[in-house]
Design a protein around this ligand. Structure first.
Ligand code: B12
Ligand code: SF4
Length: 483
């Protein structure tokens, strides 16, 4: 029997992610992981729908009602570590409303802790770890035929209720085998990217061009393994052409763990964007590392339409960079920033506060380094040892993890009520880190040169409103500190 499937992006709201004040700056983006699964299910003729709760502004009750209305027999829910609490409640209520429905969970948290997730969420029946495309198809088609013990990449409960873990599923070797994500099943008018990532107010979709990363940063989940796998350049171009024809896009976020990790790939992609004329029509952003670009590549990327790169600078301390195995130097960061600005590409910088063994002085070095590099936007997050990372494993071994209540695994704790930071280095306090995250933003953004830069870039009333809210949030955080 083939199941009909509903895939759910859980009601994990912008406020849950960023807190009341910062929610204005968060993105609600397409759940592409689910859209890939749906594309594969459709290809096999399986009836599938996607319920995107954050985009549709749905709460748990309305998701449960929608599942009832659809009348599906298999429900798949995506799970990130900080959305654990919401997903657990959702599963419980789905099962309460219809006990014969099968619930499968997947996503980065499940990949990191498959068995534990099944134990901790008793209403779930199956947990998928690793890439889900082939697994969900097999589950939807074969559950009754071959039984769950024949499906790789899952954990499940056997007849006696004991948790069983099957062997891993190999990564998809040829990514082009996977159909385009089923965007037609998503509420496409309801997405918006973070303000710092868009060139104008038009819709900015994301396209994923590669999976996997060969680098070894200790705080990273490596959800797609260490081996880099790419779509062919032809497939990427045809997906962009599709997005241009279907959604009339003018901008794009090109996603890959590190787009520039393989020079041959990024060079061919840029040349193809130029030769097809897409470079003249589409502006794009991407994420990269400071040691995987050089002046010539940056120049080519600019010609190919790249207007912004997000770099993970992480910290202003070489000792800490070495400790997190970033394998870059502060000098490399400075040089790359210089080249990127020289070719006319704008920069977003990611910085981490509260790394293991970090001192207050080193935190200040990070904030000062951000000011020195002077990217257009800087993001300062509190270090969270996500499960599945080497950082989590070593802190866990050393009994240094403060909470296993996954809801608190949020990098924006500084802005969240009742936050409990999962890791705090010796000699530091949660309160200090919370204050530091706010102070970092104030120090970075409340500079006259930054005010002038932002005011001169205002293009609309909407822009102005966003900047005003930003200023209000920063001032409020300062007053709260003094009060
Ligand atoms: C791009 C990105 C973002 C973008 C999304 C932009 C966009 N339009 O896509 C933005 C900036 C918005 C973002 C935000 C956040 N992100 Co993010 N993000 C990523 C990144 C770099 C890539 C995600 C991606 O595109 N994946 C591609 C798709 C195909 O993969 P996928 O969604 O994981 O789905 C596959 C499998 O997981 C599985 N699967 C997923 N769901 C399901 C469900 C079922 C039923 C099944 C069977 C299988 C299955 O099958 C899918 C196909 O193979 C990852 C790192 C990474 N490489 O995964 C981090 C990552 C997912 N993000 C992370 C986090 C923490 C967040 C935030 C919570 C940060 C914050 N504090 O706000 C928010 C939450 C966003 C949300 N959805 O609620 C963490 C999650 C860690 C964890 N253990 O949960 C990651 C892994 C980075 C890290 N720290 O290591 N993110
Ligand atoms: S943080 Fe980025 S560069 Fe480092 S391992 Fe993860 S994806 Fe790769």
């Amino acid at each position: 029997m083939k199941h009909s499937v509903a895939l759910i992006a859980p009601p994990f709201t912008l406020e849950d992610r960023y807190g009341k004040d910062m929610k204005h700056f968060g993105a609600v983006t397409e759940p592409l992981g689910l859209a890939y699964l749906a594309g594969c299910l459709e290809e096999k003729g399986i009836d599938v729908s996607i319920i995107d709760a954050p985009a549709e502004n749905m709460d748990i009750e309305s998701v449960v009602q929608k599942i009832k209305d659809i009348g599906c027999s298999l429900v798949g829910v995506s799970l990130l570590t900080p959305s654990f609490g919401v997903v657990k409640k959702l599963c419980h209520q789905i099962k309460n409303s219809r006990s014969n429905i099968t619930i499968i969970l997947g996503g980065p948290h499940c990949t990191a802790l498959p068995e534990r997730t099944l134990v901790e969420i008793p209403s779930a029946d199956i947990v998928c770890f690793g890439e889900g495309e082939h697994t969900i198809v097999q589950v939807a088609m074969d559950i009754e035929n071959s039984g769950l013990d024949a499906i790789n990449g899952i954990c499940y409960r056997d007849d006696r209720g004991a948790v069983q873990k099957n062997g891993p599923r190999p990564y998809v070797e040829n990514l082009d085998e996977i159909p385009f994500p089923a965007r037609h099943l998503l509420p496409m008018g309801k997405y918006h990217m973070t303000a710092s990532r868009v060139a104008d107010e038009s819709y900015c979709p994301t396209i994923i061009v590669a999976r996997g990363c060969p680098f070894g940063c200790t705080y990273c989940s490596h959800t797609f393994g260490r081996k880099l796998r790419f779509h062919s350049v032809e497939r990427v171009i045809s997906e962009i052409n599709f997005l241009m024809a279907e959604y009339k896009i003018h901008q794009l976020n090109i996603e890959a763990d590190t787009l520039t990790a393989n020079k041959k790939f990024i060079n061919s992609l840029c040349h193809a964007l130029i030769e097809t004329g897409i470079a003249q029509k589409i502006k794009w952003t991407c994420e990269s590392r400071v040691d995987t670009v050089d002046y010539n590549l940056l120049k080519l990327m600019k010609q190919a339409g790249c207007w912004q790169i997000s770099y993970g600078f992480e910290t202003g301390s070489q000792r800490l960079l070495d400790m997190i195995n970033k394998s870059v130097t502060l000098e490399q960061a400075e040089e790359t920033v210089r080249y990127t600005h020289q070719v006319g590409i704008s920069i977003r910088g990611f910085f981490m506060l509260g790394l293991p063994s970090e001192t207050r002085e080193e935190s200040m070095e990070t904030i000062n380094f951000a000011i020195k590099l002077n990217p257009l936007w800087s993001q300062f997050t509190i270090t969270v040892p996500y499960p599945g990372t080497p950082m989590f494993d070593s802190l866990d071994r050393e009994n240094k993890i403060k909470t296993y209540d996954w809801e608190h695994y949020n990098t924006w704790s500084g802005w969240k009520k009742d936050a409990r930071i999962p890791f705090v280095a010796e000699g530091r306090t949660p309160e200090e880190l919370i204050g530091l995250q706010k102070m970092a933003l104030r120090k970075f953004y409340m500079r006259p040169s930054v005010f002038i830069r932002f005011l001169s870039s205002v293009r609309s009333v909407k822009d102005l409103k966003k900047y005003m809210i930003g200023l209000y949030v920063l001032l409020k955080s300062k007053i709260a500190l003094q009060g």
